[in-house]
Design a protein. Structure first.
Length: 73
């Protein structure tokens, strides 16, 4: 069950690594139109996932900074 959950939402690093691979494959060419579209769609999902991870990290940092600020005030 834990393995299935990991596949649902990869870590930021895993998603970024796969996204880089998708981009390389698209840039290399040699795939059919259908394969290229599938890669593009996967890349879009991975880019969104990476952005969600970054947004979450940014929010955690903002919250921590606010907590630090209010603790020293």
């Amino acid at each position: 069950m834990a393995e299935a959950k990991k596949q649902e939402k990869p870590s930021y690093e895993e998603a970024r690594e796969e996204l880089v691979d998708v981009v390389r494959r698209l840039e290399a060419g040699g795939t059919t139109l259908e394969e290229s579209l599938a890669l593009w769609e996967r890349g879009e999902r991975l880019a969104t996932l990476c952005q969600e991870w970054l947004d979450g990290a940014r929010e955690r940092l903002r919250s921590a900074a606010e907590d630090q600020s209010s603790a020293t005030s």
